[in-house]
Write a protein that binds this ligand. Sequence first.
Ligand code: FAD
Length: 340
Amino acid sequence: MTDKIGNVWVFIEQEGGKIADVSLELVCKARDLANRLNVKAEAVILGNKISGVVDPLFHYGCDNVYLIEDPALEPFTVLPFAEVLVKLLKEHRPNILLFGATLKGRELGPRVASSMMCGLTADCTSLRIDNFDDKINKKSYTDKLMQIRPAFGGNIIATIVNTWEDPQMVTVREGVMKVSIPDTSRKGKLIKIKAEISAESKVIKVLKRISEEKDIDLKKSQIIVSGGYGVGGKANFKLIYELADALGADVGASRPAVDAGWVDHDHQVGQTGVTVRPKLYIACGISGSVQHRAGMDESSKIIAINSDPDAPILSIAHYGIVGDLNVVIPKMIKAFKAKV
Ligand code: FAD
């Protein structure tokens, strides 16, 4: 049993002075966890000339923000970030540290965890605080972080607990934590820390960066029409686009539809795609595997069109249409157009 409870920390990602959505999602989650543990929610943000971007972190729930600015911290390279972060962790001993399961988080988190000689659970989809009884070693732990994630190809949901001392470190998938409404009157404490970065950590120089905008960001979509392998082919995927156009929706897809090259990976919904929470999700020719459902089962309303009355998607759909999508979708488009 541990008697030492540090604060809950979030590593904040920023790019060109814009805070990543996942970081704000994690700040909201950190606020919940900190309330539950009766400790502070704190953020750590690294970069250069970024002091103007921290206010939202207070609005979304941070008590304190550690700001470290240095030319060597812009753009992101893992060595100086890891060095600065490890020093801070050793000094402040937070109980929990959350990273987004992004390219940066996945590169930085494990490096920091190995320097701290602690574990890291990757790609969590849920987090909560609970007590834990280690039946094998006959020990009890209070207020541990339950690190919940799909395992064995998504066929089970595993809960992972660290039984060693803090920090408990995780990466969390983008889009899975709910963002609360920001309170713009909320204030916190900005703690500026001078970066001490060794020459060894500055060996990598970024000469050129080429960035490409994403085709689409489904996380923000209010209506999504998704096509699965049942759509039958790339040419037929135009039906999905036509229904989406009629409804003012965005297009999603299952992994087999993406793997078959019918639609780009940015459209993939599910465990290895995006997690979406639209007001309306229309699943067309999608069977409803656990891996697909992991990315869309929190949609407010789900309509499923499937020719198989036993398709698992129909068990989570609010409205199920059993039939051939080639017949159903044109009828839906016609009916919708007749109404507007
Ligand atoms: P199928 O399972 O082949 O289902 C097609 C459906 O279409 C069937 O239900 C069928 O009845 C119906 N159908 C066929 N013809 C018609 C028609 N004419 N009209 C109406 N209905 C019709 N999958 C994802 O989607 N996203 C992920 O992120 C993802 N990640 C994965 C990660 C791992 C580690 C693994 C192991 C798998 C992952 N998968 C993911 C794959 C997943 O397991 C399923 O294989 C996949 O979701 C099935 O896609 P589907 O429903 O389009 O295809």
